[in-house]
Write a protein that binds this ligand. Structure first.
Ligand code: PMP
Length: 429
């Protein structure tokens, strides 16, 4: 496989773009290469500027859950484009998308649309503080909640990939109200509450996808929620990744837990920039113009993004692919484990719904510490074999692979073959 045109664009891009990318997760630095430049995508396939075609398991890090350029989404967006791009005033489609979202999440009576997952979470945190009158927030090591200052500590995703403990440029004051707990460890949450009565809430990726996939054990979420209720603190579910992906009602539906505040992004815009945060009525009463918590956005509720979101969620609801996702993920897990065994490669596979992730490690992965034991050098070799065999993966051990409902039997065969080549290459290291 040749990447000549990508290489050329990379060199050109370096002049005016940082690392030639607009998000560090798109740099291939942790797998020892340079970023691919993409030309187009359709259905399950993504094509780079050199004409290499891949089965796409990145899916723009989640949003393209029904595949790229689904015809109903394309049509809805084209129709919206003809009416104008942004008005700075309300449109009917904002009400329509809000109803779809609130109907799917019983804990959300009202929602506010923003432009990204980062914005959704930073607003959700502000709301938790506004409602409780308390300042501190507990986050879990390895969870990533966007790039707001307060949560850029012990974070997963790009920080884990680049082995960064936090970010330069974040003043101590910005993180002094952030407390860290361990995923799947309720005791580590309780310890904070024992020493502190100024905790507004706990933010969590209910199914973590930013340290690789890490699954909540047993009744972790249910017990966490019950405990927080005794402390008058809020559960903030960051469902930017899992919302409408784990189930139509997100990880909360799947796990049988109702968060106080829910943050969404990715799928709800169908590939266009949208985020959202919402909660029950009494909490949302805090948000301006109803209450004193200010949050605003010039492009929020953007008409093109709303049209993309409505069409995507409507089609997704109709397709109801969640059982199929489970089947596909289960068969992928089997292929990964059996192929690893065939070539004597140590592997652990974590999956939940349509998110799956292999770790090159012999032991189970239940939190960030265990995830970091994975052999990232092996992942890098595996990654390039997958690329060379036509499967596009996130260029990081610590990002989930995403499934779309458009995946065909042929795509899965291609993925299986690539996995075989990948494991063989790893076994020769
Ligand atoms: N929360 C979670 C759980 C995420 O996975 C992400 C992005 N990967 C974000 C927040 C931030 O979203 P965005 O990149 O749209 O700002």
């Amino acid at each position: 496989m040749e990447f000549k045109k990508s290489e050329k664009l990379y060199k050109k891009g370096l002049k005016n773009l940082v690392g030639a990318v607009n998000s560090p997760v798109r740099a291939f630095s942790s797998v020892g290469g340079n970023p691919l430049f993409i030309k187009k995508a359709k259905g399950t396939k993504i094509t780079d500027v050199d004409g290499n075609k891949y089965v796409d398991l990145v899916l723009s890090y989640g949003p393209m859950i029904i595949g790229h350029r689904h015809k109903k989404v394309q049509k809805a967006v084209e129709k919206a484009l003809k009416k104008g791009y942004s008005f700075g005033a309300s449109t009917e489609n904002e009400i329509k998308l809000a109803k779809i979202v609130c109907d799917a999440f019983p804990g959300m009576d009202k929602v506010r649309f923003v432009n990204s997952g980062t914005e959704a979470v930073l607003s959700g945190i502000r709301l938790a503080r506004a409602f409780t009158g308390k300042d501190k927030i507990i986050k879990f090591a390895g969870c990533y909640h966007g790039h707001q200052d307060a949560l850029l500590v012990a974070a997963g995703s790009g920080l884990a990939t680049l082995s960064l403990p936090g970010s330069k440029g974040v003043p101590d004051g910005a993180v002094k109200n952030t407390l860290i707990a361990n995923f799947n460890d309720l005791e580590s949450v309780k310890k904070h509450f024992e020493n502190d009565d100024n905790i507004a809430g706990v933010i969590i990726e209910p199914i973590a996808g930013n340290m690789g996939v890490v699954i909540p054990e047993n009744n972790f979420l249910v017990e966490l929620k019950a405990y927080l209720e005794t402390k008058g603190a809020l559960l903030i579910a960051d469902e930017v990744m899992t919302g409408f992906r784990s189930k139509f009602g997100g990880a909360q539906e799947l796990l049988g837990v109702e968060a106080d505040i829910t943050c969404l992004g990715k799928v709800i815009g169908g590939g266009f920039p949208v985020g959202a945060y919402g909660a029950r009525e009494e909490i949302m009463q805090e948000v301006a113009p109803l209450g004193g918590m200010y949050q605003a956005g010039t492009l929020s509720g953007n008409p093109i993004a709303m049209a993309g979101g409505i069409a995507t969620l409507t089609e997704l609801k109709k397709q109801n692919p969640y059982k199929e996702f489970e089947k596909i993920a289960s068969s992928l897990e089997t292929v990964l484990l059996e192929t690893a065994k065939k070539y004597n490669v140590s592997l652990t596979v974590n999956r939940f719904g349509s998110m799956i992730n292999p770790f090159f490690v012999n032991s189970e992965v239940t939190d960030f510490v265990e995830a970091q034991l994975s052999d990232t050098k092996k992942f890098a070799v595996f990654f390039w074999e997958m690329i060379n065999n036509g499967v596009f993966l996130p260029p990081s051990q610590f990002e989930a692979w995403f499934l779309s409902s458009a995946l065909s039997k042929k795509d899965l065969e291609k993925i299986s073959k690539a996995i075989d080549a990948g494991m063989l290459a790893v076994s020769k290291m």
